[in-house]
Design a protein around this ligand. Structure first.
Ligand code: CTP
Ligand code: ZN
Length: 156
């Protein structure tokens, strides 16, 4: 199939594929998953790949790693609508679309330095999702509204 011709990075034996990441955001994904140059972690990154669905996209494949729910919610902030594929023995065993919850708790900080969620360590930052596209959220505590660029810089 033409799909095969377009394959830019190798299939993986076991691990997680994060596909349909908005173009340019692969590095943000690596950062929030704390992927570094530590030995023992195999990661493939494809940037500016042609996609039928979205024009251009980024793809990240992490071998031998399964993401937890907090990591998946962070991915949803960066790549809402992206696809997570779990691979075992070269086969797809699970595939789902990442979705942001209506209430987003504990994964990003409020951009208002005086917000009680920043000044009181016992208070977890929490936001209501106002809109997915363009991304917009509102702090529960100070009602500060945050949009894409600010959100990308505030992910914990
Ligand atoms: N994948 C992988 N290694 C495997 C199996 C799948 O890296 N052993 C990757 C594929 O390259 C693709 C994603 O996991 O990026 C989803 O795989 P699959 O469902 O087989 O691909 P498609 O049908 O092409 O899915 P999509 O339409 O989501 O691109
Ligand atoms: Zn706030």
């Amino acid at each position: 199939m033409t799909e095969e011709k377009m394959l830019k990075v190798e299939k993986i034996r076991r691990g997680t594929v994060i596909d349909h990441i908005p173009v340019g955001r692969a590095f943000k994904v690596l950062k929030i998953l704390k992927i570094s140059t530590d030995p023992g972690v195999t990661v493939s990154i494809a940037i500016h790949v042609k996609s039928k669905k979205m024009g251009l996209k980024d793809v990240v494949k992490i071998e031998d790693r399964i993401l937890d729910s907090s990591e998946l919610n962070k991915i949803a902030l960066i790549a809402e609508g992206g696809t997570i594929t779990i691979v075992e023995d070269y086969s797809v065993i699970k595939k789902f679309v990442v979705k942001l919850p209506d209430i987003i708790t504990g994964i990003l900080k409020c951009s208002n330095a005086r917000c009680v969620s920043n000044t009181e360590s016992v208070i977890k930052p929490s936001f209501t999702l106002l809109s997915k596209n363009p991304l917009s959220i509102k702090c529960h505590y100070c009602e500060r509204e945050m949009e894409t660029d600010e959100i990308m810089d505030s992910i914990l």
